[in-house]
Design a protein around this ligand. Structure first.
Ligand code: 9D3
Length: 237
């Protein structure tokens, strides 16, 4: 799978993918991450990517022309009004649909994903209306732009790909994702007592039926305490 990132901060992406599972998947040729500098598609001396909002208001917006030029160069079929469903464009903005695991799973089949990183106060809405296939946020908090969100999306989708996490094929995914709508149960490793805090007795014995019951109950309690929202089911797709 090929990920493209369109950003005014291409240097940011030197870090996140040079470690761990993503770095290994890149070396193995299972995925490719191509970072594009939005300023390469500006036409003026100052390489202007932003402008003031019509109607007034705080801050600046990313202007449409460099984004359209970049996307129509990278996915050249779009320059002729065609859309290849295997080459998807996602705008990362604070106004999008919220990323969740099911959305990530729906993206892992496609061949190329182009992530457009929003910046400043936002992006000219014509990018959403006429260029992006979808507009996605990673959560309800304020970031300075879409770069961190792009790194998150790539990590979330890439680790699902066959051969990346040692996933043999797509039939294995479910077992990797655990029980739906319930947090993992609390887990402990050695020592059995640390600073006077003991590992629950039941886990030290070999009664697997009792252990199974304890884990289920502990997971439900923890879910009710930390993520009561999960009882309403998974986030809408
Ligand atoms: C007046 C409110 N605005 C500023 C506080 C809204 C706003 C505009 C632009 C908030 C954030 C941003 C920049 N953020 C992104 O481009 C972004 C983002 C995010 O802020 N949160 C979660 N996911 C993402 S993806 C892109």
């Amino acid at each position: 799978m090929i990920f493209h990132v369109l950003t005014i901060f291409p240097e940011y992406f030197r870090g996140p993918f040079e470690h761990g599972v993503i770095a290994r998947a890149k070396s193995a040729g299972k995925l490719d991450i191509r970072v594009h500098n939005l300023r390469d598609w500006t036409g003026d001396r100052h390489k202007t990517v932003d402008d003031r909002p019509f109607g007034g208001g705080e801050g600046m917006l990313l202007k449409p022309e460099p984004i359209f030029s970049a996307v129509e160069t990278i996915f050249s079929e779009r320059a002729t009004g065609m859309r290849d469903p295997e080459r998807r464009v996602i705008l990362l903005s604070a106004q999008g649909r919220r990323l969740h695991q099911a959305m990530a799973r729906s993206l892992m089949g496609i061949s190329e994903l182009l992530l457009v990183c929003g910046r400043y106060e936002g992006v000219d809405e014509r990018v959403t209306e006429h260029l992006a296939d979808d507009e996605v946020t990673i959560g309800d908090y304020v970031l300075s732009g879409g770069e961190v969100a792009a790194a998150v999306m790539i990590e979330v989708v890439a680790r699902l790909l066959p051969g990346v996490l040692g996933n043999a094929d797509s039939t294995m995914f479910e077992s990797f994702e655990g029980e739906p709508n319930v947090l993992d149960c609390p887990q402990y490793t050695r020592p059995a007592e640390f600073r006077g805090w003991k590992v629950p007795e039941v886990l030290l014995g070999g009664n697997h039926e009792q252990i199974r019951k304890w884990r289920k109950q502990a997971a439900l309690e923890k879910t009710a305490r930390l993520r009561p929202d999960l009882k309403d089911g998974p986030a809408a797709v």
